[in-house]
Design a protein around this ligand. Sequence first.
Ligand code: PFF
Length: 431
Amino acid sequence: MAASGSAVGLGNIWGFPTNAASNGGAAFLCAYLFLAFALAYPALMAELIIGRAARANGISALQSISSGNRSRLAAFLVGFAGMITVTFILSFYSIVSGWMMAHFFDSIAEIFKLMTISNWLTSDAPLRNSLFVILFVLLTVKIISAGVKDGIEKWASRLMPSLLILLILLIFYVVSLPGAVDGLRVYLVPDFSQLSDPALLVDAMGQAFFSLSLGVGTMLIYGSYISDKENLPALGGLVALLDIGIAVIAGLLILPAMYVALSNGVEIFDSNGEFIAGPGLIVSVLPNLFETMGAGGILVSLAFFSLMTIASLTSSISMLEVPVSYAIEYHGISRKRASIWIGALVTLISLLIVFNFDPLFDQVVSITTELSQPLLGLAFCIFAAWVWQRDEVLKEIKKGSPHVENSVFWRVWPFYVKFICPVAILIVYFQ
Ligand code: PFF
């Protein structure tokens, strides 16, 4: 539940549907399904297996499977780069999550007709953004400082089912509104000519890596908390299925919602005729849609933004756990202190971005998710397949699934992480 919580986040409910909308709808869906199962799932397994075998944070884990000074140094650099990357991802993620929380409180303010507060909550003022960043990071720190069982696992297993229920209720509601069918058509009827567009494959691959939280050590650290009795390939499969499933289901909400908005007179295309994607979709198109729905719209807005906040929180805790576990295990700092200090650092970086939004935000997003994540994902595959002994890998997986040697997984996976994943990631990278 916690690993699915990490995977399911803004990337599923905002990233996937808007990517699909701007890349030919169903064609993107097909490419995404293929790439997520064929490439992202094997990379996810690499992280989970290394994590469980080493039972340690990213840096120590990669070092423990390396022999020789050079590969140990490489292990340190990859683990450290993952930690820096995830800290920056958390910094921009907290800003967007802060917007979600502000809109959540705006729905409450509207219920009580507190219009001045409501106007402030929906303004883009740096003060509002800063306060909500601080609030969001504080919540994340609170859960992480409570530890793995009482923090991460307890909250993930409360929040994840609520997220699914809210998502399904919202879909039923939005799909029944006029205009929704056009959105469903764009999403579900494929235009296969788009599949030849390399940009579509690049976007689908990047989306799959971001969505499964790969390359930065998050899944590795969650892997280190998994019991030896668990069947890892099945567990990883479940996480991937849930993540991909929720992204696909979120598409059934967001695309129809955009077309409902269009039929209510809300602008959903920018001046170039492209969909308003990115953060613009959620903070401009959807609130406008909810406003056109009258009194019921406030409740839908409340449900939607609590869904977004929950999804963000189960992901942000997994991000903060990466540097926190390193500080605890490597430097012997207490969990509480580590969470507070690293949380403070993340808040500082976020505030720096808030006050220099235009030059920094897009840069940070693209450097961390488009440049750093795929490269680090590649490095994890290389460690699992080229650095680590094949026998050791098998021994680790066998702990929870004694017959894995004869399974399809063991026949295919080692080859995949050794050759296919690195080559495919490199192709995407150079694109
Ligand atoms: N997988 C999350 C999402 O789809 O929103 C984002 C994410 C979480 C990226 C954790 C990286 C990470 F380490």
